[in-house]
Ligand binder design. Structure first.
Ligand SMILES: NC(=O)c1ccc[n+]([C@@H]2O[C@H](COP(=O)([O-])OP(=O)(O)OC[C@H]3O[C@@H](n4cnc5c(N)ncnc54)[C@H](OP(=O)(O)O)[C@@H]3O)[C@@H](O)[C@H]2O)c1
Length: 292
């Protein structure tokens, strides 16, 4: 049987790295879609050490940059006939960030990377997903949204151009947009052979060495949080399950927790008019977005 082809973004660290190893261990061909060649190579080597017959390759792509995503999708489409699983794991969130930052293309970095990037990448790979007998798109949100009940997508100013910047609000705005996008995409795909679902990541241990700017106080906060947090390895099991288990073959438009149990997102996210508005806003950045 042909190997399933799976792209995991941000697969060089944390949950994405563990998911790449687990999914490769289950006999899939895994593409590590990473922005940094060196960090990607290190992950590739570690995965090969731990799963000697792993079929893995590294592709460099910056999910915050439209041009990079287009190049990636074009090259992938030339090399591969189909795509079976696309996991939108990569995201930026640096709690020490105080000021609004822009990508090289001039878009607020968190909005660009955590929301626009996954939408554009899916759109450009949709035809390849449709060639799979069961294409699966998995988006990633955050359980932390439970503590932010008032967060909305700011339709007038998603990039914090004219209001005070908050990295926390920018991050949760992007994660709520991903849930709404998933509902929209699932609806658009109807009962075809491609499904879209979103997973809500719970508190997962972070690698403190990746955040050298953290104050001593924040390091202690993270150390305390880590006592109750899940390991990236355990969280990745849920990614692998949603990606591969036959149980989820026909499941679409759902929001899952770390145990792959369906959980409710808030009413705001499920409201069709809200979803439509968020997707029209998204399309103002991604003109190739079909189906609106
Ligand atoms: N950890 C948690 O407690 C938690 C809680 C809720 C939700 N989540 C979500 O779970 C997912 C994984 O989190 P994690 O804790 O495993 O994060 P992580 O360890 O910080 O890893 C994030 C990955 O995303 C990559 N990335 C960031 N920006 C990118 C870009 N522009 N292009 C390509 N790759 C990029 C990073 O690459 P570099 O190595 O180059 O930076 C890294 O590989 C994220 O979507 C996150 O929002 C995590």
């Amino acid at each position: 049987m042909e190997k399933k082809i799976c792209i995991i973004t941000g697969a060089n660290a944390g949950i994405g790295r563990q998911a790449a190893e687990q999914i490769a261990g289950k006999g899939c061909h895994v593409i590590l879609a990473c922005r940094n060649g060196k960090r990607g190579e290190d992950a590739l080597r570690e995965i090969r050490e731990s799963v000697p017959d792993a079929s893995v390759e590294l592709w460099v792509v910056d999910l915050g940059l439209r041009k990079s995503i287009i190049n990636f999708a074009e090259e992938f489409s030339r090399e591969h006939e189909r795509l079976d699983v696309l996991i939108h794991n990569a995201a930026v969130f640096n709690v020490t960030q105080k000021k609004r930052e822009l990508t090289k293309e001039g878009i607020e970095t968190i909005w660009a990377t955590n929301h626009l990037g996954p939408v554009l990448l899916t759109e450009l790979l949709l035809k390849k997903l449709e060639k799979s007998d069961n294409g699966r798109v998995i988006t990633v949100s955050s359980k932390g949204l439970l503590a932010k009940p008032l967060i909305r997508v700011d339709l007038a100013d998603p990039e914090f151009k004219s209001k005070k910047y908050s990295v926390v609000n920018a991050y949760y705005q992007s994660k709520i947009a991903q849930i709404m996008y998933t509902y929209w995409l699932a609806d658009r795909l109807g009962d075809g052979n491609v499904t879209a679902n979103c997973i809500r990541v719970t508190a997962v241990k972070i690698d403190i060495s990746r955040h050298p700017d953290l104050s001593e106080f924040m390091k202690r906060v993270y150390a305390i949080k880590a006592r109750k947090a899940l390991s990236p390895e355990n969280m990745a099991k849920a990614y692998a399950e949603l990606a591969l288990s036959s149980k989820f073959k026909r499941i679409r438009g759902m929001y899952f927790d770390e145990n792959c149990l369906e959980v409710d997102s808030r009413k705001y996210c499920r409201d069709r008019e809200n979803i439509q508005r968020v997707m029209e806003l998204t399309r103002s950045y991604i003109p190739e977005l079909g189906g609106i």
